[in-house]
Design a protein around this ligand. Structure first.
Ligand code: SF4
Ligand code: SF4
Length: 285
């Protein structure tokens, strides 16, 4: 596997507003996400623990799904196992001014950790760098599924996927039952989620809402739907207290960003919004 990521970040940006060819791969089948995120990064339980330990729990957000026969919360049938709603834990996205694929600057939903000025990941060399990001698009290649690199090539030209052979070392795919408690988590008390589901649908989750899901992921027991109650309570307290550069930067981006797809100012405004708040710098290409 070899990819040409310079000037791309196609797997870190929701670029649907500036190019044809984006895919609906996250919205096929019977289960539909409540959110509208594109290319949500599903974190593992170990990833979630690393983010919590790094004080970055406020950079995480859940994905819940609608299903025909799940657990009813706020009048919505949620995908569930044994009556307990299931979710992915992912990274927050917020509109930033970015210039991917040689385009002019536009406001596009972008991973909280992407440096808009270099289009590089701010946590690339850190403990919390997600496994999914480190290995992308390895699992797609192993499954013979289309990659974001190829979608970017189709929409904007250029060569992104330079070698499509799957890497020899790749973590387990975590599909089906083995994903439970490791990448697909259950929320233990559906009654806690009254109001949360409405807010998830409106893209108005609060910090406390998101902290609940971080805690449930951190306290999951792999291969089971059990949640360690003591660990849940401790993690909930720590997650709710998170006040990182990332969470504060998202708040300012949300207060200042234009409409998705609109022209945006120079990405270097990120220096004030992210770098000055303590965001790790990126080296450039
Ligand atoms: S879409 Fe592919 S080429 Fe582009 S940044 Fe992601 S991995 Fe790299
Ligand atoms: S964590 Fe880094 S590599 Fe992963 S989606 Fe965010 S910016 Fe991209």
């Amino acid at each position: 596997m070899e990819v040409n990521c310079e000037g791309c970040a196609g797997c870190c940006i929701d670029w649907r507003a500036v190019g044809d060819g984006a895919s609906d791969h996250e919205r096929r089948g019977a289960r539909r996400p409540l959110d509208d995120a594109y290319n949500l990064v599903p974190l593992t339980r170990d990833d979630a623990r690393a983010f919590l330990d790094a004080g970055l729990a406020d950079a995480l957000t859940p994905r819940l799904w609608r299903a025909d026969d799940g657990a009813a919360v706020d009048g919505v049938e949620l995908a569930a196992i044994d009556g307990q709603p299931v979710f992915f834990l992912g990274l927050r996205q917020t509109a930033k001014p970015v210039e991917p694929f040689g385009t002019d600057a536009h406001w596009l939903p972008t991973c909280v950790f992407l440096d808009p000025t270099t289009l590089q990941c701010r946590i690339h060399d850190r403990e919390e760098y997600p496994t999914e990001c480190a290995e992308y698009p390895g699992h797609n290649l192993e499954l013979d599924a289309e990659t974001e690199c190829e979608r970017v090539e189709s929409a904007f030209g250029g060569e992104r996927l330079l070698d499509g052979d799957p890497p020899t070392s790749l973590s387990g795919l975590l599909l089906g039952p083995q994903a439970v408690g490791q990448k697909v988590f259950v929320y233990p008390d559906p009654d806690d989620l009254d109001g949360v589901v409405d807010r998830a649908r409106a893209d108005e989750l609060t910090a406390d809402d998101r902290a609940r899901f971080v805690a449930a992921a951190v306290a999951a027991r792999p291969g089971t739907t059990d949640v360690d109650r003591e660990r849940f309570e401790t993690a909930l307290e720590r997650a709710a207290a998170a006040d990182s550069w990332a969470g504060r930067a998202v708040a300012e981006w949300e207060a200042t960003a234009g409409t998705t797809g609109d022209e945006a100012p120079d990405p270097d405004v990120a220096e004030r919004i992210e770098d000055d708040r303590g965001a790790p710098s990126t080296p450039g290409w």
